[in-house]
Design a protein around this ligand. Structure first.
Ligand code: NCD
Length: 303
């Protein structure tokens, strides 16, 4: 039995396999509509979510399975003081697979160590978010036809943005990726992620100037400044509008740039960009459902 806590637990062949499976699901949805008949997914969300939770639930329904769970800690026994380990043991009695989001880094790992069913990390604090990364990889693959030979810009909150950490770790295993890290000084990529990057031997640059690097980018991964991880509101207010992507900023961008964002967007991408063919973030949200279907099939070992 396997869980998914960190994207690096999947090797590149397995990622390729998941991407191919998701593409097959997109092409032949009816083939998969009964695959999880009689199976239950538990969504344990101790932190707010729209896309991640609903895409997991939609994924399980489209596989013919059922869903149970909760969407806020206050409506679970955590409010009475139950530990994550106990919740995991208990939920193993009721479901076949779990997707867990938690504000504490490492909580889904603790759950996986105590559950007898597969646990999927659906975001743990400012740490990791492997299924968003699978979503991002599927989107890049569908837009570009490859996961190597790309210049990838990450812009915004690279310190607290868990989707950034997981995606950088994943892309570090591909050939000829150049990372362009655009953030305010205070929101730079944490040292432990940078260490992985350095180990990969891939080229990276850090800058505060989005406009200067725009012409080089094949992918621009915009992020929200993660208000809930700040220690004081003043810092958040000072930093939140550092980068706002408006149409004029794209004037010197590549024609085939792909703009990604894990969503939710606050105001870091102007709605005027939504109809630009380079905007991929709503397609990306849709891809999230298909890759989660592929992942559920893999972890439940359904042929
Ligand atoms: C992201 C998350 O939860 O980390 N959202 C998501 O899963 N689609 C990004 C964010 O909240 O900014």
């Amino acid at each position: 039995m396997r869980s998914l806590i960190d994207i690096l637990e999947l090797n590149t062949e397995e990622i390729e396999e998941l991407i191919h499976k998701a593409n097959d699901i997109i092409a032949n949805p009816s083939k998969y509509s009964e695959k999880c008949r009689g199976k239950k997914l538990a969504t344990l969300f101790f932190e707010p979510s729209t896309r991640t939770r609903l895409s997991f639930e939609a994924a399980m329904y489209e596989l013919g399975g059922n869903v149970l769970g909760f969407s806020e800690a206050q409506s679970s026994s955590a409010a009475k003081g139950e530990s994550v380990a106990d919740t995991a043991k208990m939920i193993s009695c009721y479901a076949d697979i779990v997707a867990m989001r938690h504000p504490k880094e490492g909580a889904p790992l603790v759950a996986a160590m105590n559950a007898t069913i597969p646990v999927i990390n659906a975001g743990d604090g400012g740490h990791n978010h492997p299924t968003q990364t699978l979503t991002d990889l599927l989107t890049i693959y569908r837009e570009k036809g490859r996961l190597d030979n790309l210049t990838v810009g990450f812009c915004g909150d690279l310190k607290f943005g868990r989707t950034v950490h997981s995606l950088i770790n994943a892309l570090s295993r591909y050939k000829n990726i150049k990372f362009v890290l655009v953030s305010p000084e205070e929101l730079k990529l944490p040292g432990y992620v940078k260490d992985n990057l350095k180990k990969s031997g891939l080229e990276y640059v850090q800058t505060t100037d989005l406009d200067a690097v725009m012409p080089e980018l094949d992918i621009l991964y915009m992020t929200r400044v993660q208000r809930e991880r700040f220690f004081n509101e003043e810092d958040y207010l000072r930093l939140r509008d550092t980068y706002i992507l408006r149409p004029e900023r794209l004037s010197n961008a590549k024609e085939d740039l792909s703009i990604l964002h894990p969503l939710p967007r606050v105001n870091e991408i102007s709605v005027a960009i939504d109809n630009d063919p380079r905007a991929c973030y709503f397609k990306q949200a849709l891809n999230g459902k298909f890759i989660r279907m592929a992942l559920i099939l893999k972890l439940l070992e359904v042929e």
